[in-house]
Design a protein around this ligand. Structure first.
Ligand code: ZN
Length: 136
């Protein structure tokens, strides 16, 4: 209870172990002591704009997680009945983050960036997916 952190006319808080706790303690000293021991504490959890009577981690996660705008291709990648492994690969390919030899070579991890199938062009996403004769 909040009342347990109050002794007489001051807060009895544990020694702060971080700068954030120091700031929190400083903030608390600006408040008037809220309760006496005979009043029950009431807590309220607000996720986004809606107050909740109970804490729900799923609702909290939906509010806290970073979001981006919905991509045009999301319905082509994620749909009912899709194979998760294929969804993931397509998602990674859309961001051009497939582990191709040209990317490895760009990081200095491989000597050759040539396509492993045809050895005629650099192995890029576009080559593997669109123009490689072997993968075609
Ligand atoms: Zn090729």
């Amino acid at each position: 209870m909040v009342a347990d952190a109050i002794s007489g006319s001051s807060w009895t808080l544990p020694h702060p172990r971080s700068h954030q706790e120091v700031e929190f303690h400083a903030y608390l000293t600006t408040l008037t002591l809220p309760l006496s021991h005979d009043v029950n504490d009431v807590f309220e959890w607000v996720a986004g704009d809606s107050p909740l009577r109970v804490f729900r981690s799923s609702t909290t996660w939906e509010v806290l997680r970073p979001r981006q705008e919905k991509k045009d291709w999301v319905d082509a990648v994620l749909f009912k009945g899709a194979v998760p492994k294929h969804c993931f690969t397509m998602w990674v390919a859309n961001y051009d983050r497939l582990p191709t030899r040209s990317r490895f070579a760009g990081w200095g991890m491989l000597l050759s960036a040539e396509c492993a199938f045809c050895s005629r062009f650099d192995e890029t996403r576009d080559h593997l997916m669109l123009t490689c004769e072997y993968s075609n």
